[in-house]
Design a protein around this ligand. Sequence first.
Ligand code: ADP
Ligand code: NA
Length: 340
Amino acid sequence: TFPQRVFSGVQSTGNLHLGNYLGAIVKFVELQKSFDCMYCVVDLHAITVPQDPIALKANTREIAAAFIACGIDPKDNIVFNQSQVPEHAELAWVLNCVARIGWLNRMTQFKDKAGKDRENASMGLLDYPVLMAADILIYRATHVPVGDDQKQHLELARDIAQKFNNDFSESIARNGFGEAFFPLPEPLISGPATRVMSLRDGTKKMSKSDASDYSRINLSDDADQIAQKVKKAKTDPDALPSEEKGLEGRPEAYNLVGIFAALSGRSKADVLGEFGGANFSTFKSALVDLAVAKLAPITDRMRRIREDESYVDGVLRDGAERARAIARENMNAVKDIVGF
Ligand code: ADP
Ligand code: NA
């Protein structure tokens, strides 16, 4: 019985890539038709690993420009950056006192990102999922479009929301909020490309932080760069199968067919119906043409939007004001509930 609201975020780190686009941003664009949507550049999350301050600011504008270039309407939706709305961090503190250390110790992304030297990772990196829960819950958002890699974090956000509702149930009722203050946010993970894999290794996700530039197609890549990366993409020696089960045990082939399907809005079965029996060089040429046709207009729009810095800054300022009005009201309620 909570009003429906969509929230999602993208970190202001460089190298926005095809995985971010197909796994998340395409869905953001779709959802704006039927939901009230808030799309946030999460710069507080970005600093959980070291960032150059000048690059961080440029990347914040870059992601905001990408949202708009991909088709998100910043008038109809709220587009903003996290650090301009202090209630995210304020709620995160309260939720830190609700979440359990054991819950965070189970997060696989922390283990991946911290690597072997866990003791030397930032406290923020461990706490990342609690801040993410705060991002969502400060707006009492009900739906969260994310890639498959964020599923575990969404489950944690639901656990935190549930525990807050239970721990404070009497106070929630006394303050007139009924049985639950926070909705349990639902992840929206669907479509053919919820996990786009690296072009160099079909068992690793395509990621902004991969050291190899050839592992990912960036939204800022031009046609030549896209062609080179697709041509260098790892494959196996066999021809493409004509049915999906022929992709089993062939992660690189599976990934490229999935990317083709997602970019063309077709099913994998349909793509294999066309390319089954073809060798990879034929398929890769078709994939290059498709990727360039889809991405070039976005890259162009991004460049044009970025040229007018004051426009992007204006969008973010306006978005932050609108976000803050909601965040402030909800934070005031949380303060009453907690006893501040
Ligand atoms: P990254 O994981 O590349 O650093 P973010 O953490 O900013 O990027 O993620 C932004 C959104 O993109 C999230 O919803 C995330 O689930 C999605 N995403 C990131 N990488 C991929 C991928 N390889 N495939 C599909 N979706 C992805
Ligand atoms: Na909308």
